[in-house]
Structure formats: structure tokens, C-alpha cells
Design a protein around this ligand. Structure first.
Ligand SMILES: Nc1nc2c(ncn2[C@@H]2O[C@H](COP(=O)(O)OP(=O)(O)OP(=O)(O)O)[C@@H](O)[C@H]2O)c(=O)[nH]1
Ligand SMILES: [Mg+2]
Length: 357
């Protein structure tokens, strides 16, 4: 399962965001380092397509795709040199697949700390870049020495030099304008800022309605990364209510279904994750695959036998299946495609695998 780590200054609202997603469980408090050991939770990725297919099939069971998220303790200036939670903190970030910055915009005189999200971003980016600079310098040094015996390392040395140049200017690798190929090649060095990033902008109740204006400078700074404004405290309170109460509260605030589903969908897409679906009387289920996967690779997500003995995948887009009303009806009108081993699966495909082991 993919893991997201919440990274930000103390009192930015990371534990509150955890509570919004997990329905409680993390200690949120108005003082720095309220969180020391990370909280780890799981959230299901909302999927309207799945819910509708489950109704069509009268499924006994509905299983959503899920992501794991880690509420990491607060980061302070100097973390890369061991300040605050220092190294322990950095090692928690190293373990996640993607970083979610939690940036505070809400003003509240009872909660210490700045309420300018750009200031939050500046501090966390500098610390992550400095931590990476130390690793990059070490890797460059080592690779340069190996270059004497192995000239094939020349491009790697050049690439690491580029990293050192960017990082020493305080520029994280995710927005240094590097090519995707180079980013992929750097994976072996486990740099923090080579991970995909997105940001949650924690806005106060009074700022609802001004989301776009508050998010604009952060979006400009993060250069293409997803920035999701979220009134984290309200969402955390809403998560404790029963469904009806929650709907009423979010409705009254003009928040629709709430921003948590949107956040989860963005987080999921940030990693290039896609969904295919299976549906039947027993179960309807959303399965996660990487964009660009073939039909047998998708089959392998369910069971390695399905991939090994893959023959073909009966495939239809979810809305076509819904329109037809059932697999049988969809087959009758010729909407079900029989796809072979080279088929590149698409988001929203409903599949039934034929295999032989
Ligand atoms: N007014 C207001 N307060 C908030 C909001 N979000 C969080 N808070 C409060 O701010 C305080 C800090 O929130 P936490 O979620 O504990 O912050 P954190 O980022 O986990 O902090 P550390 O664990 O210390 O790094 C808590 O008292 C929250 O209730 C918000 O949107 N508005
Ligand atoms: Mg916390």
C-alpha cells in the first residue's frame, strides 16, 4: 500500500489532518512537538463509480482502494542539523512514498507559530534541501572516486553535481526542473526532495470562500504540485459525527461533501495510481495499479496466478457497464471487449480475467 507522510512546522495541523482522515486517534494540541512518535493510519479512497457498480450488482461486499498515511512530528528550523526531532524525523520522511506538506494559513492567537503558508513552506523546504545536500555531497564524493575505475559512471557524477548545485541554492529537487528520466535515475540515492509532493493548506473557518486567493501564491511557488485548501479542524470535527450530522454541517458551511475526499483523490493521483474495478454479487472492489500497466499486470494485483496464467481480460468502461445494467446485457450489445496481454489498462476499466494455471 502506498504511504503518504505529513510534513510541516509544529502546530500546522498535521495531527488534526490525521484525525480528519482516520476519524480521530491522534493527539492534536496547541503546543510544539505534540507529536513525537508518528501516527500511522489508513484511509479508503472514495470512489463513486465503485458505489454505483455495487448497487448494480447488489454486491454483498464493497471494498475501496486504500492509502496509508503517517502523521510525522513537527519540523523546525535546523532539523537537518538535528534540531527538534531532527534525525528521527528525517528518517520517518525517508520511509514514505510521497510527501504531503501541511501548511498553516489559519490565524489563531491561541496557537503559537506563523500563519503565513509561504513561511511554512520556506522553512520545510530549506530543511529538506539541506538534508539532501549532505547526502548528495557524500554520494558525489563516493561516485567521483569510483569513476576512476569505471568510466560508465560519468553521467551519474554529472547528475549528482547538478543536484548539489540546486540543493546548495536551497532548491528542492522536485521543483528544480529536472527531467523525469533523471529523477528516476536518482531513486537509488533516496533523496527526500526527489519524492512526489503535494500540499494541504490549512485554512481557518473564516477563510472559507477565499481559498483560491490564499492558495495562489503557494501554487505558484510549488510550481504544478497539487495544493488542496482544507479547513482541517472543521474536517476533523466532522469526522467524529455520524453521516447525517456531518452532511448537515458541511452543507451549512457550503463545503459540499467536504474536502477530505478531494484530498484523497489528489493524493492517489499524485503517485500516478489508477483504479480498475471488479464487480459481482459477492463483491465489488476497486484495485490500484500504476498508470501504464498492462492487463496481465492488473491481473497480478489480484493474484499472481491470474498474471501467470493470463489468457485475456473481459473489459468494459464502468459507465458503459452501468448503462447496460449487467455483464450479460453488456455482452449482448457487444460492449465487452476481449483484451489480450498487451492491453494498457485505463482508469475506470471494469475487468474479468480469464486465466489458466
Ligand atoms: N483555529 C484553528 N485551529 C486549528 C486548526 N487546525 C488545527 N488547529 C489547532 O492547532 C493546534 C495544533 O494542531 P495539531 O494538529 O496538533 O498540529 P501538528 O501539526 O500536529 O503539531 P505538532 O505535532 O506539534 O507538530 C491544535 O490545538 C489544533 O486544534 C484550524 O484550522 N483552525
Ligand atoms: Mg502533531
Amino acid at each position: 500500500m502506498e504511504r503518504f507522510g505529513f510534513v510541516g512546522l509544529p502546530n500546522a495541523g498535521k495531527s488534526s489532518l490525521y484525525n480528519a482522515l482516520a476519524g480521530g486517534g491522534a493527539h492534536a494540541a496547541p503546543y510544539a512537538f505534540a507529536t513525537t512518535d508518528p501516527n500511522i493510519g489508513v484511509a479508503k479512497v472514495p470512489d463513486d463509480r465503485l458505489d454505483r457498480l455495487a448497487v448494480m450488482s447488489e454486491s454483498k461486499n464493497v471494498v475501496h482502494a486504500a492509502v496509508q498515511f503517517t502523521d510525522i512530528g513537527g519540523l523546525v528550523e535546523g532539523a537537518s542539523q538535528g534540531e527538534g526531532l531532527g534525525n528521527a524525523f528525517l528518517s520517518h520522511i525517508r520511509e514514505v512514498d510521497a510527501i504531503v506538506f501541511v501548511l498553516r494559513a489559519f490565524p489563531d492567537s491561541d496557537v503559537p507559530g506563523p500563519s503565513d503558508p509561504l513561511e511554512h513552506l520556506r522553512v520545510v523546504e530549506i530543511e529538506l534541501a539541506l538534508a539532501d545536500l549532505a547526502s548528495a555531497e557524500k554520494a558525489l564524493d563516493k561516485t567521483s572516486r569510483m569513476l576512476k575505475g569505471d568510466s560508465s559512471l560519468k553521467p551519474t557524477v554529472a547528475l549528482l553535481q547538478t543536484c548539489v548545485d540546486h540543493l546548495s541554492e536551497g532548491t528542492p529537487l522536485y521543483r528544480a526542473g529536472m527531467k523525469a528520466d533523471d529523477r528516476a535515475e536518482l531513486k537509488e540515492f533516496f533523496f527526500l526532495t526527489n519524492k512526489p509532493v503535494m500540499a494541504v493548506l490549512n485554512i481557518g473557518e473564516d477563510q472559507i470562500g477565499d481559498e483560491d486567493a490564499i492558495a495562489a501564491p503557494v501554487r505558484a511557488e510549488l510550481d504544478g504540485a497539487e495544493v488542496v485548501p482544507l479547513s482541517v479542524q472543521l474536517e476533523a470535527e466532522a469526522a467524529l459525527m455520524d453521516a447525517e450530522e456531518r452532511e448537515e454541517m458541511l452543507e451549512a458551511l457550503g463545503l459540499g461533501e467536504g474536502a477530505v475526499p478531494r484530498f484523497l483523490t489528489s493524493a492517489y493521483h499524485m503517485l500516478g495510481l489508477r483504479t480498475f474495478l471488479t464487480t459481482g454479487e459477492k463483491e465489488s472492489r476497486a484495485w490500484t495499479f500504476r498508470a501504464g500497466s498492462t492487463a496481465p499486470e492488473c491481473a497480478g494485483v489480484i493474484h499472481t496466478d491470474f498474471q501467470r496464467g493470463f489468457i485475456r481480460a473481459e473489459t468494459i468502461q464502468w459507465d458503459e457497464l452501468l448503462a447496460a445494467g449487467s455483464w450479460a446485457a453488456a455482452r449482448d450489445v457487444g460492449k465487452v471487449r476481449s483484451e489480450g496481454k498487451d492491453y494498457i489498462a485505463e482508469d475506470g476499466d471494469v475487468m474479468e480475467f480469464r486465466f489458466n494455471v
